[in-house]
Write a protein that binds this ligand. Sequence first.
Ligand code: ATP
Ligand code: ZN
Length: 286
Amino acid sequence: MSQRLRLAIQSSGRLSDSTSDLLSACGIRVNKPDRKLRMVSDHFDLEVLFVRDDDIPNYVADGVADAGVVGENVVLEKNRPVRQLDRLGFAGCRLSIALPKADKYDSIQDLNGRHIATSYPGLLGRYLEKHGVDASIHMISGSVEIAPGIGLADGICDIVSSGSTLISNGLKEVEVILRSEAVLIASESLSEEKQDLLDRLRFRIQSVLTAKKHRYILMNVPNAAIDKVIDILPGMKAPTVMPLATEGWSSVHSVIPENAFWDVIESLKEAGAEGMLVVPIEKMVL
Ligand code: ATP
Ligand code: ZN
């Protein structure tokens, strides 16, 4: 029987929808069966385990799963022997230290002697040690942001995305310990067959992620302006130029980085380009 790659993903939470979407764009449909922890994929030799995100580095390190999708913050906090492979472009956040708004803060040395509440004692401890700060760490597993308000700690170290939770609790962000996003991790030792499956999965993931970062752009250009337009386009290779039915005009097609369009649109118009279309790309293999 051929081996299947066992991939651990979060069963429900901030990572689950984006993880399913990514796998589905890779041709692997993931529908969590009711109350089940395991699902076998139809189109790829893959078995998906639905688990708590905090357990994923442990499962991968212990060989219960071969690979996993989890926040980098959790991977680094658990500090288990796993390979961290690809950043996946979702669940972006940072791990930060925050203090009450009115507190004086000039440098990290102002944290000396403070009590800091966190669910990330490992990452916080290493960061403080690296900076030679002597502060005490209070491990709490949830609602960390209310700790200073109720007198449990002087400050906190927690995940921040927009910062609005900090503000509504009267806190200010003073140190960013880590900028995190979802990552693909894998076991340090896999059979050749499983490593092969992992490589195939990574190839698909890369095609999807690269496609997301690019757009396909089409426009009509008077033939006299083609050279100028080509100079403006930040393309990967020379664009495609095809004659239009209207004499003296061509259609120019190119692939450009996702965010480049707004930078070049005015120059393209000035050069004489008309009827521009920008379309998303589904998969891209370089
Ligand atoms: P639990 O394990 O109790 O389900 P959790 O906080 O570990 O809760 P989620 O809230 O689903 O799980 O977060 C999963 C991951 O999503 C985090 O580890 C982090 O990498 C990422 N993330 C992105 N933005 C945020 C945010 N605003 N708050 C918390 N996590 C965030
Ligand atoms: Zn969790």
